[in-house]
Design a binder for this molecule. Structure first.
Ligand code: PXP
Length: 240
């Protein structure tokens, strides 16, 4: 069964909404690890809309499991990764206008750029995973870059509106995982996974890690709200 990498970007989204100091993703990472997270994932985006460099540097010091840095394949991000030294890097495509990562890396058409970033990071001891759509040609191109892992993009599966479409997309993930492993790649998966659609993906043979963020943070807000309100109410009315 796969391990769970908890993506804490949206703790930082909440903080940045007020440009304040809470909630702190560093504290969230500690709680996630205490609850059993096997890894902590953050995406340092070019526009710094959620995770900040300060978070990444502190997380490097505090994370006790492993730290997965999602980033674009750009020279400035490579420089940060080489300095901070996460346990592994996941290369993702990035567009400023997107709400979240919208699809996998196009390794087929940008293989040379991706390969040079993979080789630079891996030669400095930072293994690389490529976030790709579960398509055979993309997987073959990913293997050629010498990246250790692929992270299969589960977004199309997660967004499937009907059971038949979801089943078809699950089959695509099964096939993609098998092809990747035949090519010598290790396999992770993520994006859009929720409390309702994760279990079938976790059953895929050889799946190593699932990276899940938005759904966990969304549930945390709701399961924690009652207690938070009660604690503030106590402050308002005073202790009995
Ligand atoms: N994996 C990758 C490569 C991602 O870009 C993201 C979103 O940042 C995730 C996993 C987590 O996706 P979600 O927040 O939908 O669980």
């Amino acid at each position: 069964m796969p391990t769970l990498g908890v993506n804490i970007d949206h703790i930082a989204t909440l903080r940045q909404a007020r440009q304040t100091v809470e909630p702190d993703p560093v504290a969230a990472a500690v709680l996630a690890e205490l609850a059993g997270a096997d890894g902590i994932t953050v995406h340092l985006r070019e526009d710094r809309r959620h995770i900040q460099e300060r978070d990444l540097r502190l997380l490097r010091q505090t994370v006790r499991t492993h730290l997965n840095l999602e980033m674009a394949a750009t020279p400035s991000m490579v420089a940060i990764a080489l300095e901070v030294r996460p346990d592994y890097v996941t290369l993702v495509p990035e567009r400023r206008e997107e709400v979240t990562t919208e699809g996998g890396l196009d390794v087929l058409n940008y293989g040379a750029t991706v390969r040079s970033v993979v080789q630079e990071l891996q030669s400095q001891g930072i293994p690389v995973s490529l976030f790709v759509d579960p398509q055979p040609q993309q997987l073959a191109a990913a293997a050629e870059t010498t990246a250790r892992w692929v992270e299969l993009h589960t977004g199309t599966y997660a967004n499937a509106a009907h059971a038949a479409d979801q089943k078809r997309e699950l089959d695509v993930l099964y096939r993609g995982s098998a092809i990747a492993q035949e090519l010598g790649l290790r396999v992770n998966a993520g994006h859009g996974l929720t409390y309702w659609n994760t279990a079938p993906v976790a059953q895929i043979s050889g799946m190593e890690e699932l990276n899940i963020g938005h759904s966990i943070i969304s549930r945390a807000v709701l399961v924690g709200l009652e207690r938070a309100v009660r604690e503030m109410k106590t402050l308002c009315v005073g202790q009995a």
